[in-house]
Design a protein around this ligand. Structure first.
Ligand code: DAT
Ligand code: MG
Length: 151
């Protein structure tokens, strides 16, 4: 089990619906470490780069419009196994299929408004944090609770 970093983003619907605190809380309470946080109006080019693997999909244009439709909350989280664990906290892509207890399962109803993004691999975690954050925006620190979370 390795220390990893993941890029988590509250999408414009999550911001507009007042879910920012609720969503951040779930990662914070789980015990992961927040190392980057900002609100940001995403430019078109960054949205396209972030989702470039989906550029051939029929929904790509709508996806770019959605992600650029208002401010997002960008986060970098660090922890052992944080990438896969975050995907579990977030739930399935389609909120109607997402398990109750997950963010999408509890807080969303449609794939096109699924409130949050999470990196799908440690490599993509690094890639996406590099895309969305400048170097000085990532903060390394030791949480006081660290010895109470892991032996
Ligand atoms: P995830 O966000 O769960 O990693 P993904 O990487 O496959 O899912 O897709 C990225 C986003 O694209 C997803 O959060 C919402 C949108 N999307 C995916 N599949 C879609 C579909 N079939 N119709 C509309 N939007 C879709
Ligand atoms: Mg994805």
């Amino acid at each position: 089990n390795q220390v990893e970093e993941t890029y988590i983003m509250i999408k414009p619907d999550g911001v507009q619906r007042g879910l920012v605190g609720e969503i951040i809380s779930r990662f914070e309470k789980k015990g992961f470490k927040l190392i980057g946080l900002k609100m940001y109006q995403c430019p078109q080019e960054l949205a396209e780069e972030h989702y470039k693997d989906l550029s051939s999909k029929s929904f790509y244009q709508k996806l770019i419009e959605y992600i650029t439709s208002g401010p997002v909350v960008c986060m970098a989280w660090e922890g052992v196994g944080v990438v896969a664990s975050s995907r579990n906290l977030i739930g399935a892509t389609d909120p109607l299929q997402a398990e109750p207890g997950t963010i999408r399962g509890d807080l969303a109803v449609q794939t096109g408004r699924n409130v949050v993004h999470g990196s799908d691999s440690p490599d993509n975690g690094k890639r996406e944090i590099g895309l969305w954050f400048k170097e000085g925006e990532i903060c390394q620190w030791t949480p006081a609770q660290a010895p109470w979370l892991r032996e």
